[in-house]
Write a protein that binds this ligand. Structure first.
Ligand code: PAN
Ligand code: ZN
Length: 185
């Protein structure tokens, strides 16, 4: 029998960066996050062009394909709007029962969960922390440190993103810096 072929991987995850074929980058600036922070007066005084986070992702199959997986690395800058930490928009999955893994790569974060009953809880993120986000649970990450927060994620290719519910109703609690510490209030 002939030897089977051995290939080099098309992608490298070197611990911090996703490198290789078809890595797609999307950027969220402060101006794209209108309405998510409570202190709108301070928000309006800030530069809408300031980058809050970007995501490098690989989509090996078409979006919506059942049974596939996607992976992305999020780079979330340190900062606050008033006393509320810089955070991702947050979303439920459009196919609401789809789960996801997040894991901490660098920096200090807080992963905020909210179920459909609007119950909120959070987990600390740090290098090596692993987080299972069950189906039916909205998720958002805040950078609670002074340096960039890097975390990776893998989610089903038929999960989809429902940003509308969070844009309209928000999370039931906000993560704020109170006396120098993160608190969900
Ligand atoms: C992640 C997020 C990423 C950015 O890849 O999409 O961290 O956060 P927002 O999508 O809430 O802006 C994920 O949860 N994918 O499903
Ligand atoms: Zn998700």
């Amino acid at each position: 029998m002939k030897d089977a072929k051995i290939f080099l991987p098309e992608l490298i995850f070197n611990g911090k960066k996703l490198i290789g074929k078809d890595v797609e980058k999307s950027t969220r600036k402060l101006g794209d996050l209108k309405g998510i922070f409570e202190d709108e007066v301070t928000f309006r005084l800030m530069d809408p062009e300031q980058v809050v986070y970007y995501v490098s992702s690989t989509f090996p199959v078409e979006e919506g394909t059942p049974g596939g997986l996607f992976m992305g690395i999020t780079y979330l800058m340190p900062g606050k709007v008033g006393n509320e930490y810089f955070m991702t928009k947050g979303h439920f999955h459009s196919n609401i029962d789809r789960a996801e893994f997040y894991w901490g790569v660098e920096g200090e974060g807080m992963l905020i969960f909210m179920n459909e009953k609007r119950e909120v809880w959070a987990e600390r993120m740090y290098p090596g922390s692993l987080h299972y986000i069950p189906g039916g649970v909205a998720h958002r990450v805040a950078n609670v440190g002074n340096d960039m927060l890097i975390f990776a994620a893998s989610w089903p290719s038929d999960a989809g993103h429902n940003y509308e519910t969070i844009a309209k109703y928000g999370f039931a609690r906000r993560l704020k810096e109170i006396d120098g510490k993160p608190k969900l209030i």
